[in-house]
Design a binder for this molecule. Sequence first.
Ligand SMILES: Nc1ncnc2c1ncn2[C@@H]1O[C@H](COP(=O)(O)OP(=O)(O)O)[C@@H](O)[C@H]1O
Ligand SMILES: [Mg+2]
Length: 256
Amino acid sequence: MIEVRELTVKFKRFVAVDDVSLSVAADETVGLVGESGSGKTTVARAIVGLQRPDSGTITLDGVRLGPVARRPKARQRAIQMVFQDPRSSLNPLMSVASIINEAWRTHPDSAPTGDRTMAVHRLLEDVGLDPSVARHRADELSGGQCQRVSIARALAVKPRLLVCDEAVSALDVSVQAQILRLLVDLRRRHRLSMLFISHDLGVVHQIADRIAVMRGGVLVEEGPATEVLGSPRHDYTRSLLDAALELNTHHGEVGK
Ligand SMILES: Nc1ncnc2c1ncn2[C@@H]1O[C@H](COP(=O)(O)OP(=O)(O)O)[C@@H](O)[C@H]1O
Ligand SMILES: [Mg+2]
């Protein structure tokens, strides 16, 4: 469905993403993992069209995607992003209902034809929130609730690919697990494709069908999750795996 081919992004002379090829099929969740600074966010920004590649292409259904401003509306809304910090990605002074309605204003072809209030309530229920949350401002919500609202806003425009960039990284471990469960549930119910980005392999392994590992801008390993986790080919993947296991032991939580 979405295909990144030989993507290179430079900041001045620094190569942040170096010849990365990566694809996400329909219904598939691909985990993109790597330590901070490895280039994951830059790949995500290129996919949503916020970062211009120095070379390489990004295609959706085989058709090339340009920068977001030049993407046809339907192709803009096909790819939605959920960010790490829900507090800074939501306007704190806007009500949850207006946040969702704004998404429909931006993409009118995804707006409900019937009662919008009811549609907002349905969306909130879909992400495990009480419909009464619609009246609240973002700054009245907890971190976990904010992240559910961000997910609802993304879903409001009926995307095909959800790019989650460290979407659970800023949350407490217990809330992190709840949001992960929600994403797993949503991908199944809405047949969503997902690019799930995290520095934490322990989190990625709970959701990804396939895992791609980046280091220093380079994709060092990629394959089915069971293979990458079960018999990592690259030393770097092995060290991420050890770090994740150690963390899980400390938190008293082991994977799946
Ligand atoms: N706008 C920018 N200008 C200059 N350097 C940047 C910019 N964005 C990212 N970088 C650099 O590119 C590298 C990759 O960053 P990023 O994609 O955010 O990595 P990750 O998401 O894996 O932590 C880092 O060294 C970062 O400092
Ligand atoms: Mg990042």
